[in-house]
Design a protein around this ligand. Structure first.
Ligand SMILES: NC(=O)c1ccc[n+]([C@@H]2O[C@H](COP(=O)([O-])OP(=O)(O)OC[C@H]3O[C@@H](n4cnc5c(N)ncnc54)[C@H](O)[C@@H]3O)[C@@H](O)[C@H]2O)c1
Length: 505
């Protein structure tokens, strides 16, 4: 955490220089919005604002030239359904991707949408959010904006009270500018980002300054019904984002925990999920058991909350939420162990086909994907792993696997990674196919690790004929028709379902 300060934002304001009080009040007219960070959040969020507000110039700035070049090319740096269409429609009109910082300086509203990964060093290692990118943004803004009035919007997911740190930094220099800080966390889900942004359940704006809150609300109210734009104080807004992700992940971990019980008792996780989800107090979403959740946010944000609870000396609270991650790890390990066990306790030298490497369907994002962890376990057992994913590149897969095998998945990637024994292990045992049938051909087992729709369409009769026998299929997403597969001759394992003839060797 950047600060440990218990005064309120209003108290903080009282302590700041009188320079701002001397500033003449200017009416807030938003003509230009900038976003620092052209990632999975900054890119889609700003593109949607640009499509909804043609009269506002929208600037997406990033320090990564390669990323900006990709945003300005025909091949966007991220895959998200519907994104390409809106970028192509507004780019060059009121949507601009740039590395020119002056464009940020000239904007009325500046979103901070930089990454806030889990710290992998020093105090809070493995739990606290690393706020170095947020902090460096604040310092750069302070040093470059000398006058005027700016609304600074925290879009990144941050620990509660980060806004105080941002405000302190902004007001610590010579600048005569007035900065108002708002918290506006993003609730989009990758894979459905554009529709989530176009039709959000709610937009949350936390802040102190009514006029700034109104100004930002009025941007969203161009397309979001007024009653869905919620305003709170800064800290409720910051904390709500963490709590929302914890509760979503908690639902998945609850079902994953129950899936293990189902396999022992003969209950069926999908039937349980359906029956439980029918209760309107519970609802049906996020109740699907799987090989484990992934993505850049859930684990990071849970750890963030756990760290926050520990920091405020609430170990019971920390332990309670940490259990969500423990169940997720348990589920991944359980799945990998099941594969090894079923393949007669050895996968050494055996061709295993992995279908899906992205952490969920309809995204190319692999951050924290369960596939990485399952592949790691199998690689440690010396399996020959052939991976197919419709959207993830070979380069990304090899990079992720080398990172995890070199134990620097969350950290700095040194040159050592290229030459290490672990990297050689990856090079000689991980193969990436662009053709799913090639990946499945001659395999001992198929593992479905992402729920891509196309996996349901394959000709599994053809696949079965080309496989080693007995032919195993481990459906880590419960998306395939088990009866059909068993009729063809597969030995099928699905999460949270009783095993049939596969039960014994
Ligand atoms: N990915 C999601 O689904 C999601 C959803 C909701 C919220 N969030 C939160 O939004 C934030 C951003 O996430 P993301 O997935 O877009 O991250 P990302 O890693 O895809 O993008 C962050 C971008 O910020 C840039 N950056 C970092 N520091 C910078 C600086 N000082 N100046 C200019 N550019 C800088 C990086 O180069 C990178 O391109 C995180 O806090 C995350 O927790 C993410």
């Amino acid at each position: 955490m950047l600060v440990d300060d218990h005064s309120s934002p209003s108290d903080q304001e009282k302590n700041t220089t009188t320079d701002q009080e001397e500033q003449p009040q200017q009416p807030l007219v938003i003509k230009k919005i900038a976003c620092i960070g052209a990632g999975y959040v900054g890119g889609p969020t700003m593109s949607v604002i640009a499509t909804k507000c043609h009269d506002i110039q929208v600037i997406i700035y990033d320090m990564n030239q390669q990323r900006i070049d990709a945003w300005n090319s025909a091949e966007l740096p991220i895959f998200e359904p519907g994104l390409e269409e809106i970028v192509m429609e507004r780019r060059g009109k009121n949507l601009h991707f740039t590395t020119d910082y002056q464009q940020v300086v000239d904007s009325d509203v500046i979103f901070l949408s930089v990454n806030t990964p889990t710290k992998y060093y020093g105090v809070g290692k493995g739990r606290a959010a690393d706020l170095k990118y947020v902090e460096s943004c604040a310092r750069q803004l302070r040093d470059t904006i000398k006058s005027g009035r700016k609304i600074i919007v925290e879009k990144s997911t941050v620990p509660t009270r980060t806004s105080i740190a941002v405000k302190r930094i902004l007001e610590s220099g010579e600048s005569k500018a007035r900065f108002d800080i708002l918290s506006n966390p993003e609730f989009l889900a990758e894979g459905t980002a554009i529709s989530d942004l176009q039709n959000p359940d709610r937009v949350l704006i936390g802040g102190e300054d009514e006029e700034s809150i109104r100004a930002l609300s009025s941007v969203y109210e161009r397309w979001v019904p007024k009653e869905r734009v919620i305003t709170t104080n800064l800290w409720s807004s910051e904390l709500s984002k963490l709590v929302a992700n914890c509760m979503l992940a908690q639902r998945i971990s609850s079902m994953n925990a129950i899936s293990a019980l189902c396999e022992k008792t003969g209950a069926d996780i999908q039937q349980v999920s359906f029956a439980v989800g029918k209760d309107t107090r519970i609802g049906s979403k996020f109740l699907q058991a799987s090989v484990g959740f992934g993505g850049s946010c859930f684990q990071k944000d849970i750890l963030n909350l756990v760290y926050l609870a520990d920091h405020y000396n609430l170990p019971e609270v920390a332990k309670y939420f940490y259990g969500i991650i423990e169940i997720n790890n348990f589920q991944r390990e359980r799945f990998a162990k099941k594969v090894i066990h079923k393949l007669f306790n050895t996968v050494s030298g055996k061709k295993i086909c992995v279908l899906g490497f992205a952490f969920k369907k309809d995204t190319s994002d692999t951050r924290e994907t369960s596939s990485i962890f399952v592949c790691k376990s199998l690689l440690e057992e010396r399996a020959k792993i052939h991976i197919y994913d419709p959207k993830v590149t070979k380069k990304q897969i090899m990079y992720d696997m080398k990172s995890i095998m070199n134990d620097c998945y969350d950290g700095d990637f040194s040159a050592k990674m290229e030459s290490s024994r672990e990297s050689e292990l990856v090079e000689s045992n991980i193969f990436v196919s662009t053709d799913p049938y090639e990946a499945m051909s001659d395999a001992h087992a198929i593992l479905v690790l992402t729920e891509w729709d196309e996996f349901k369409q394959y000709d599994y009769k053809r696949v079965f004929e080309g496989m080693k026998k007995p032919a195993y299929l481990f459906d880590g997403r419960n998306i395939l028709n088990r009866k059909d597969l068993e009729t063809i001759g597969f030995d099928v394992y699905q999460i949270g379902k009783q095993e049939s003839h596969m039960a014994d060797w």
